[in-house]
Design a protein around this ligand. Structure first.
Ligand code: 6R9
Length: 664
């Protein structure tokens, strides 16, 4: 294909529009663009009235709120402030006495393939029992509990039990290292840690409890009084007398009734750590009322949820997607959901398709990185290919975590959705609590690679550095102009950082998302162009470049200086490239390989395997301006293998570029 014809083809691909079928529109909760526009108009005419009406409709309040939005201490917005409720009550008790009580809440499929069904009634009993366990350990309303668990029903039980007694949970992804865990336990001041002895992933038994022990000992986590261990596998682990106990033994000793502790709408439901542009992760604090409202509403709107749906979100509970669309949203909405413990490639790359067929999944929500890796594995093997499976149960597909490239979108649409299922490309963040910009299955014409339009009530816009709107077609900074119920409330323990990171003065009080975006000239559709700060997105995981740099320079016997940048990668979206100055000589050949490996393993130990640089390059120095600033844009070009075309006249040491241009 000539260059021109491929250019024409890619423009054609991007201009393709997929309208929802008449049948989908007719059956949808938001049927057609007029219905969508009517909701947007309602929110615009009476912003607070719009949200108040939904909060009354979608949630059960123990004490009704009288004030919808309190902006008196902006940007510390408060929603439904004087209202009282409980999140676990809204996810479980609320369904008792309705037909949902005997409905399956969770279809759990273990790594090895064993399947368990748990009804709403059964889940309520288990959550109550575990809530009583926490209470018996002295955990009280407002205390923090760290959850370091595999993807299991017990993980959700632990989260719901915290919510039930008003304890604020902080889930740490099971792939994080002892060091990362320790930092989070200490920052949150957790009184208890809930973990499992091991986790099963891809047929392998991986330790969790041992990492908790290491974290607590090394990090001197004085606040932790108890460690409660879910026995996932029969393998024994070290148990500390007086501190540690087994979840099943504790639960067996407790009643399965535990009245929900009623809390104020602004009570912190959870703190979830995410990467920002400094070395220290941010504890994103979410509320109870506003957060839960949006988790529930977006289940209805974005996924057009019906009673009969079998919903499957593949995200881990360690990430925000696993909070909003596994632990809270589906339960608040009374849905049946699939929870999967394992990995998409075990025992082989058809695992997802097998599970969709077996459990008759109707809504499938996953990340572009999973799709891209499965395309690679399945396209070369007929037996693994989705066409060898009956995926006719599917009606809606979703994508989340990073931009989905039009090729991956088309493959997903054709091979998984059978050209029948709308794809909702949902743009949102840990800080937004729930979806922000997304198509609606029964309304929005789809354009591959575009997350299309904001949900009703959500005021996203693209502005320049002074906060002025830019015209469609011009790129700019993505902001949200008005507050919304599920927005981040603060950074745990650091309100100043919250203000500075998300509400910089020059942006007129708008919420700064940290992403660049552009709207199409014809439809005004949003397309996210990627982060504008020092945050990378590797396989849909957020990683701060400074975090990785701090980890590298913490290897003080070896490393003098390090700079980390991202490089586009076909499979993982972005890949991590580290430029490292060692204390000794610049290594070459086998030595360089050995040292690079040592550093990669070091980063895995400091943060977690997801933070391992894909490539490490050594140099005697880093490119710096005369004032000593590292020129990251040059490093980004070098990482991509591009010729450096930028102005290098301010560079202190231009010869360094040749050295850093070489891969080891
Ligand atoms: C939900 C989640 C947030 C960052 C966000 C953006 C990227 C997420 C996206 C997307 C393009 C989408 N992102 N969804 N980019 N299209 N549909 O992923 O939260 O882990 O906090 O990451 O992910 O860059 O700013 P989180």
């Amino acid at each position: 294909m000539s260059a021109t014809s491929s250019a024409i083809q890619s423009t054609l691909v991007e201009n393709r529009v997929f309208e929802p079928s008449a049948a989908t529109v007719a059956a949808a909760r938001i049927p057609g663009m007029e219905a969508y526009q009517a909701l947007c108009a309602e929110a615009e005419q009476d912003f607070e009235g719009f949200w108040a009406k939904r909060a009354r409709e979608h949630l059960s309040w123990h004490k009704p709120f009288t004030q919808t939005l309190d902006s008196s201490n902006a940007p510390f917005f408060k929603w439904f402030q004087d209202g009282e409720l409980n999140a676990s009550y809204n996810c479980l008790d609320r369904h008792i006495g309705t037909p949902v009580e005997n409905k399956t809440a969770i279809i759990f499929e273990a790594d090895g393939g064993e399947v368990t069904h748990v009804s709403y009634k059964e889940l309520l009993a288990k959550v109550s029992q575990f809530a009583n366990v926490l209470k018996s350990k002295g955990v009280q309303k407002g205390d923090r509990v760290v959850i370091y668990m595999p993807m299991t029903v017990e993980g959700v039980i632990a989260m719901q039990a915290c919510a039930r007694i008003g304890a604020t949970h902080s889930v740490v992804f099971g792939g994080f290292s002892a060091k990362a865990l320790e930092e989070r336990i200490n920052d949150a001041g957790a009184v208890a840690v809930v973990t499992a002895n091991y986790q099963m992933r891809g047929g392998k038994e991986l330790p969790l409890k041992a990492i908790v022990d290491e974290a607590i000992t090394q990090g001197d986590c004085k606040t932790v009084r108890n460690v409660i261990v879910f026995q996932r596998t029969p393998t024994a682990v070290n148990m500390v007398e007086g501190r540690d106990s087994f979840m099943h033994e504790e639960m067996a000793a407790q009643s399965d009734v535990c009245p929900a502790e009623i809390v104020g709408a602004e009570h912190p439901l959870f703190v979830l750590y995410t990467s920002g542009s400094t070395g220290k992760p941010k504890g994103v604090q979410h509320s109870t009322g506003g957060y839960l409202l949006w988790a529930k509403m977006t289940m209805d709107w974005t996924f057009d949820l019906k009673d009969s749906d079998i919903f499957w979100c593949t995200a881990d509970i360690g990430w925000i997607t696993g909070h909003s669309y596994v632990a809270y949203g589906p339960l608040a909405a009374g849905a049946t959901q699939i929870i999967f413990e394992g990995v998409p490639t075990y025992p082989n790359a058809s695992r997802f398709w097998q599970m969709i067929e077996k459990h008759k999944c109707t809504i499938f929500y996953t990340a572009p990185t999973a799709i891209r890796s499965l395309i690679k594995a399945c396209d070369s093997d007929e037996k693994l290919h989705p066409k060898s499976f009956d995926l006719s149960s599917l009606r809606i597909l979703g994508s989340v975590g990073e931009p989905i490239n039009p090729e991956a979108w088309m493959w997903y649409y054709k091979n998984i959705g059978g050209e029948r299922c709308p794809i909702v490309d949902t743009f949102w963040q840990t800080e937004t609590g729930g979806h922000m910009i997304t198509p609606l299955p029964g309304a929005t014409p789809l354009v591959p690679g575009s997350c299309t339009l904001p949900l009703p009530g959500i005021t996203t816009a693209i502005v320049d550095e002074m906060g002025n709107d830019v015209p469609n077609g011009s790129g700019g900074i993505l902001v949200v102009k008005k507050p919304w119920p599920s927005m981040i409330r603060t950074i745990w323990g650091d309100p100043e950082r919250f203000k500075k990171s998300y509400f910089p003065e020059e942006l007129k009080g708008y919420y700064l998302a940290g992403d660049g975006a552009v709207r199409s000239e014809d439809r005004g559709y949003f397309r996210i162009t990627g982060r504008i700060d020092d945050v990378l997105n590797v396989s849909g995981h957020r990683m701060g470049t400074m975090e990785i740099e701090s980890a590298l320079v913490a290897k003080t016997d070896l490393v003098a200086e390090a700079a980390v940048v991202g490089r586009p990668d076909d499979l993982t979206g972005e890949a991590i490239v580290a430029f490292v100055v060692l204390k000794g000589q610049v290594p070459t050949g086998e030595d360089a390989k050995k040292l690079a490996n040592e550093l990669r393993n070091w980063v895995a130990k400091e943060i977690g395997p997801i933070a391992k640089p894909k490539e490490i390059r050594f140099g005697e120095n880093l490119p710096k301006t005369r004032s000593g600033k590292i020129m990251r844009r040059l490093l980004r070009s070098l990482a991509k293998g591009e010729a450096v075309t930028q102005d290098t006249s301010t560079l202190e040491n231009p010869h360094i570029l040749d050295q850093l241009a070489q891969s080891n």
